[in-house]
Structures are given as C-alpha cells and as structure tokens.
Design a protein around this ligand. Structure first.
Ligand SMILES: [Mg+2]
Length: 195
C-alpha cells in the first residue's frame, strides 16, 4: 500500500516565526535568505537594501519527518525555493511541491484557505495529512466535501512550531490509514448448548 501524503508548511510550522524575536527556540539555527524579486518595500528605493529574511529551522525536524511513514510534499509559499533553502538545513531530500499557481495567497470569499483546493486536487483521492498554522473550520468542511479518502488537518501554533506532540499525532494517522481493509470478523463457532 502506498504511503499517505504529508503536506508541509514552512512559516509557522518549521520556522516558528511568531516566537518572540529575542528568543530563538532551543535547537534551532538561523538562516538568512536574501529577498530576491518582487518590488521594493515602500520607502526603499532599491530592493538590494532590503534586509534578508530571517528563518529559524530545527535540523532535528528532517529525520523526525522522514520517520513518520508519509510521502513528504511541500505545501508552502516557498514552493520550489523550499528545496533550495529549507531542505538542506533540515537534512531532507529534494521533495515534490504543490504549485499553487494563480491561487497563491489569493483569499477566498468563502473563508477556505487559498491552499486547500490545490492540496485536495494534488492528493487526487489519496489519504493525506496537512500540517500548517493557518487552517480553520471552512477547510475541514471543504476537505470533507471534496476528498473521499481519510484526511487530517493538523494545526500548529506559529509561536511554537512543530513539536514532538505533533509528530506523534501525524505518525498515528499514518499508521491508521496504512492498515489493510478490515477483514470480515471471524467469530468462534458457537458451542453446542449443554444438555
Ligand atoms: Mg504558515
């Protein structure tokens, strides 16, 4: 049986960006990523004057994620850049990523996250878990309505990021969906009533 998919966010999950800035969490390393492309920030004439993006990453997350029993897939605004900047620090191989295309960062009027429909489409009926800091009720409803297989939307606090408890929840889901179809129960033959 093929493994379920695990859709991985970066900011808020692997990078607990909302943690207090002066307190880099224990076990994390700081990565500074140059900001390329896009337009300069207001009030700045040249984009090369923009400060690099600070990203906190925990190298223990790579082995932890690889051991969960999933097929890993990036589901992040970083898209292909996650393989360039994030994967090497975590010790992850180059992973497939969801290309959000025109849906990237486009808010929907129904409150469904802009990632959700693309993830359901990418999964194409395979069981999946999605771990992120931004899902809400409408996403659960959307997935229930549009995805026929088991799905777990697991929320993580962006001030804390991915922790051992989250890995445990994800591993349990992977084990559960990897179980073979329950076979028809075999009941012991009824004993003849005593006479
Ligand atoms: Mg996020």
């Amino acid at each position: 049986m093929s493994r379920p998919l695990l859709f991985l966010d970066v900011d808020g999950l692997l990078n607990p960006y909302a943690a207090q800035p002066e307190r880099r969490p224990h076990g994390y390393t700081t990565l500074r990523v140059p900001r390329t492309g896009g337009s300069p920030e207001p009030g700045r004439e040249l984009s090369r004057h923009r400060r690099p993006l600070r990203v906190w990453l925990n190298p223990a997350h790579g082995p932890g994620l690889l051991g969960l029993g999933f097929e890993l897939c990036w589901a992040t605004t970083w898209m292909a850049d996650a393989n360039r900047w994030i994967a090497p620090v975590l010790g992850l191989p180059q992973l497939p990523f969801v290309d959000f295309g025109d849906a990237l960062l486009q808010e929907r009027p129904d409150g469904v996250h802009w990632k959700t429909a693309a993830l359901v489409e990418y999964a194409a009926g395979r069981p999946f878990a999605w771990v992120d800091d931004e899902q809400s009720g409408p996403d659960e409803a959307y997935v229930t309505a549009h995805h026929p297989a088991p799905a777990l939307l697991h929320h993580v606090n962006p001030r804390v990021g991915l922790g051992d408890g989250d890995l445990g929840v994800l591993a349990a889901f992977a084990r559960e969906v990897a179980l073979p179809e329950p076979e028809q129960r075999q009941f012991p033959a009824l004993q003849a009533p005593l006479t």
